[in-house]
Write a protein that binds this ligand. Structure first.
Ligand SMILES: [Zn+2]
Length: 206
């Protein structure tokens, strides 16, 4: 596996709040866990081989209930109730970062990413990738639009999804100690420790 991308030093040292697109991290996620021949391939992310995921580093600290938020996943198209100009402005910002509006945006805390170990970093990226889902029909089959493109959606964590991260990184990496069945098998990729939150679901991400 190629060395994981590092956030730029100017971002870590700067006082100004910034969000910096990182095509390196996007490429790394593909070669590390998404692609068929990825070094740590996880078939749970197979649908994302068709997805355009924009990654951002940020030096903006975030927290919830006193715990640090280190990552967040969302749909690329700005969501929520917005006026017409506010929505167009938000989309213009996203296009400025990525050239187009990606299917998903994953934001990573640059300070955390600069300091954490490789296993924690992988667990965090995979946690956020688990939020990037494809809609399913009532029979559980993946849904596509009339152009044959997947219909993307945000996914919460059901037990099954958490088992995936726990299986790969151990309960320590995710803070989901009650999922002992997966944890008892031992992590496939060891060495991660817990403690920080995902901003999308509010759960421990790494
Ligand atoms: Zn989450």
């Amino acid at each position: 596996m190629s060395r994981r991308p590092r956030p730029p030093v100017y971002l870590l040292n700067g006082d100004e709040a910034q969000f910096v697109p990182t095509p390196e991290l996007q490429a790394w996620a593909g070669t590390a866990v998404i692609a068929e021949d990825a070094a740590l391939v996880n078939e749970d992310h197979a649908h994302l081989r068709l997805a355009d995921i924009g990654f951002l580093w940020t030096n903006v600290e975030n927290s919830r209930r006193g715990r640090r938020i280190i990552g967040q996943a969302e749909l690329g198209e700005p969501q929520g109730a917005m006026g017409k100009w506010a929505k167009a402005r938000a989309e213009a910002q996203v296009r400025g970062w990525f050239g187009e509006v990606p299917d998903f945006i994953i934001t990573i805390d640059a300070t955390y990413a600069a300091e954490c170990g490789d296993a924690e970093f992988c667990a965090l990226v995979e946690h956020e990738l688990y939020h990037c889902g494809q809609e399913r029909d009532p029979f559980g089959a993946p849904r596509f639009n009339r152009y044959g493109q997947p219909i993307w959606t945000m996914r919460g964590h059901d037990v099954e999804e958490f088992v995936g991260v726990v299986r790969r990184y151990g309960a320590e990496a995710t803070g989901v100690r009650d999922l002992v069945e997966a944890a008892n098998r031992g992590p496939e990729i060891s060495g991660a420790r817990v403690a920080h939150l995902c901003g999308t679901c509010g759960r421990s991400a790494a």
